[in-house]
Design a protein around this ligand. Structure first.
Ligand code: TEU
Length: 590
């Protein structure tokens, strides 16, 4: 577990390319401001000074952008709105100069419906690429001759719709579990797998550090395509979640092993699998165990799904004890069973963490963001920071017109609400609230760089593709980097935390984990211990009230408190610790 590896100690920063930085003069065909590869390159010094080693970009490949690039039309080309392959070569070279690396997003569960492979596949039943996708006859036809999909699975990004899309050309359905624009590849076909290995080698040969693999646990489907059980109200939902039949499916580990044999074993890579919907420790260890020969690590969604019932656009209550037990569980599992964790709390599919887990009001936002930074920078595993998290960007407010949201998932959801709840204003209001709390777009508003027009995201005379948060004049990277006050800005706090983490990697990256004062309902406390026995205590007040907490160790020399101090913190050394609202403290145990 604690064998040193570069990919364990690296700090990864996720870029959402459309919203990160448009280079001067950049606009897309509609004349709107859209982030570019050149824009990313221009911000490498900023990332380096924050403490970033690896830049992971969400997809920048050629794509109709039906799902913001998670619908790829050409794996070996870059979408013109982002730039060119030459721009990526330049980005790789500029990273290298700074001792940084680039990590790409690999989206191979499905392609775009505009990918040449799919255009060929749909052209006729006898086309050699027919079997590259999953085609099935209609289950039945009603009296009018209207076809019914092969089973009742719902689409993931629009649960009112079927996961199957009918194609009149050949009278068959194709599987498209996310949206009709994203047909699923048929991984049973060895030619498909070869084509994927080829794409991976293409980018690895260019010098990319590795891949984040989109829904890589959905590539194997139960071949009988069974009906899904009814879990959503059948009065309003004709289709039901079918995920259990394609999450960690029967051949997934075979495919992952093949990927390892054919590609990954030949390079020194960093790999992280996006694996929603898996909770089984045995299953997860088969992928991330030290000798698993699959992936370095995966994203486990337990923490970001803490408020998710059975579908994404819905609410569920949660409390601090649950948060504590989720974090502690996975810290311990990976240590005990020789696996590896990824540490993250935000990504492009989730609302902002400061809004979700703390209090994003003007009074507490900055404290909440630092509390979450302190937690993440002191947990074991490879750490991922999401664009804007380092300055505490929060969710878009309720006042925004739902039409400001651009994501296909939100659009589908809001359309559904307006249809099925049109006579029920209370339910409609709840739908709007769910958008404010859960929409993926909260993570996709343009980066707030400075107080310049358009927050420095794109040219002053260009309208950004998505609305920038209204607070950009005061909440922006430039102000936080330069900030000089009694306490650190959120950005400076992240910078210091990442530096401390690196300097004490034996404790924070590789060390043991022990939760303390487990029963406390508001405060999360844990001790991290290096192999040599160096111990650090972390205490996090996840509440808006002052909390008293008994220090369980002898003496602690406090280093950092997320609430107010700049230098070493002056807290109790032993006995009772008083934590301000949303305050966290970190100290070395003597
Ligand atoms: O997301 C997969 C997905 O299903 C997520 O919505 C997941 O359920 C959620 O993050 C768990 O909290 C990936 C991409 O990240 C997403 O942007 C794409 O839309 C999707 O795959 C399809 O490619």
């Amino acid at each position: 577990y604690n064998t040193p590896k570069w990919w364990k100690e690296s700090v990864i920063y996720q870029i959402y390319p459309s919203s990160f930085q448009a280079h001067p003069g950049a606009k897309n065909e509609q004349g709107v401001g859209w982030g570019t590869v050149k824009g990313i390159t221009s911000r490498l010094d900023y990332l380096k000074s924050l403490g970033v080693d690896i830049v992971w970009t969400s997809p920048i490949y050629k794509s109709p952008q039906a799902d913001m690039g998670y619908d790829i039309a050409d794996y070996k080309d870059i979408d013109p709105i982002y730039g060119s392959v030459a721009d990526v070569d330049e980005l790789i070279a500029e990273c290298k100069k700074r001792d940084m690396r680039l990590m790409m997003d690999l989206v191979v569960n499905h392609t775009s419906n505009m990918h040449q492979w799919f255009l060929d596949s749909r052209s006729s039943k006898s086309n050699p690429k027919r079997d590259w996708y999953i085609w099935k006859d209609p289950k039945s036809r009603n009296e009018a001759g209207t076809p019914e999909p092969p089973n009742n699975w719902a689409q993931i990004l629009g649960e009112a719709n079927s996961a199957w899309t009918y194609d009149t050309e050949t009278g068959q359905y194709y599987l498209s579990v996310f949206t009709p624009d994203q047909p699923d590849l048929n991984w049973e076909n060895p030619e498909v797998r070869e084509a994927v290995w080829d794409v991976m080698s293409f980018w690895l040969d260019k010098g990319v550090a590795g891949f984040r693999m989109d829904v890589i646990n959905m590539i194997s489907k139960v071949p009988t395509y069974p009906e899904a059980p009814i879990v959503l109200d059948p009065a309003t939902h004709k289709y039901q979640p079918g995920t259990q039949f394609f999450v960690n499916g029967p051949k997934m580990h075979d495919y992952m092993h093949e990927m390892y044999e054919k590609v990954l074993s030949k390079y020194d890579t960093i790999t992280v699998g996006e694996m929603p919907g898996v909770d089984s420790e045995d299953e997860i260890l088969r992928t991330v165990g030290a000798n698993a020969k699959e992936l370095n690590m995966i994203f486990i969604f337990a923490l970001v799904d803490i408020d998710k019932p059975n579908v994404r656009m819905a609410l569920k209550d949660w409390d601090v004890k649950e948060l504590k037990s989720i974090v502690s569980r996975w810290q311990n599992v990976m240590i005990e069973r020789d696996g590896w964790n990824s540490v993250f709390i935000e990504n492009h599919d989730n609302p902002r963490s400061v809004s979700r887990y703390t209090d994003d009001s003007d009074e507490w936002r900055d404290k909440g963001a630092k509390l979450l930074s302190l937690m993440q920078t002191t947990l074991g595993g490879t750490i991922f920071v999401y664009q804007g998290e380092e300055i505490g960007i929060k969710n878009a407010p309720m006042e925004w017109d739902p039409r400001e949201y651009k994501d296909i998932e939100t659009i589908n959801y809001w359309n559904k609400c307006q249809t099925i709840y049109k006579d029920d204003p209370e339910k409609l209001k709840l739908g709007r609230k769910i958008i404010q709390m859960k929409a993926r777009d909260h993570a996709r508003t343009p980066m707030q760089w400075s107080s310049a027009p358009n927050a420095g995201f794109c040219d002053a005379d260009t309208k950004p593709w998505m609305r920038i948060m209204d607070d950009w004049k005061t909440v922006n990277a430039e102000a936080q980097v330069k900030y000089e006050g009694d306490e650190l800005s959120t950005w400076q706090f992240w910078q210091r935390g990442l530096k401390d983490r690196k300097e004490h990697a034996d404790v924070f990256v590789y060390g043991g984990f022990e939760e303390v004062n487990k029963d406390d309902e508001n405060v999360f406390g844990y001790v991290r211990t290096s192999k040599e026995g160096e111990k650090w205590l972390v205490v996090l007040n996840f509440s808006g009230k002052e909390q008293k907490w008994m220090i369980p160790t002898k003496e602690v020399e406090f280093w950092a408190c997320s609430n107010y101090t700049k230098g070493r913190a002056d807290k109790a050394k032993s006995g009772e610790l008083v934590l301000k609202p949303w305050e966290g403290a970190l100290g070395k145990v003597s």
